[in-house]
Design a binder for this molecule. Structure first.
Ligand SMILES: [Zn+2]
Length: 200
């Protein structure tokens, strides 16, 4: 391949310049004639490497033989390749954009999940601490309930400390002795005084 880029379609003889023809599009690649048909060796936009192709209209079976027609066909092929390439790039870009947005979204979801998870873990830790504290309190109450003592009046032993009452004299009394003491007190004092007196 000896093609040089930016080389125009070269006719066998110098093109005759038409009146009013002021703009000529120079296409890359190399145009050449095979027999009397025009061919074009070019690397179109989006193609990996240059290859030869007949310069023919889409429906035509053979390449054109007219040089002007060949130029027009080449331009059309080039434009088509540019359009396809642009469409591909746009599609690739939107795919990239979608992928980026998706990644961002998933990242946000992950962040929220982490926040929720840490809040959940915190709540669980708090619940555990609370449960432990409640258990400890329950154990203390149970121990207090289970603690036993003796009545310092009748001498009954193994009575729950919770049920024993300390009276003014400093003695620790069981409920039965306490009841008896109260009954005695109400007999000793007059009914009027008993009514006024504060309970033991
Ligand atoms: Zn007693």
């Amino acid at each position: 391949m000896t093609s040089t880029p930016k080389r125009g379609l070269k006719p066998d003889r110098a093109p005759t310049r038409q009146p009013g023809e002021t703009l000529r599009v120079t296409l890359p690649g190399k145009a050449y004639q095979r027999g009397n048909r025009w061919w074009w060796c070019v690397k179109l936009p989006g193609e990996e490497k240059a290859r030869s192709r007949p310069l023919k209209a889409q429906e035509a079976k053979v390449a054109v033989s007219d040089r002007k027609e060949a130029e027009a066909v080449a331009l059309e092929i080039w434009e088509q390749a540019v359009r396809e390439q642009a469409a591909k790039q746009t599609k690739a870009q939107s795919t990239q954009t979608i992928a980026r947005l998706k990644a961002q979204f998933l990242d946000k979801v992950r962040q929220y999940t982490e926040i929720i998870e840490s809040a959940k873990a915190k709540a669980q830790a708090e619940a555990r601490t609370r449960a432990q504290a409640e258990l400890k309190l329950k154990q203390i109450n149970e121990q207090r309930t289970l603690r036993t003592g003796s009545c310092e009046c009748c001498g009954a032993a193994g009575l729950p400390v919770m049920e024993l009452r300390r009276i003014d004299s400093g003695q620790l009394l069981c409920p039965r002795c306490l009841e008896a003491l109260r009954a005695d007190a109400s007999r000793i004092f007059s009914p009027a005084l008993a009514e006024c007196s504060t309970p033991w």
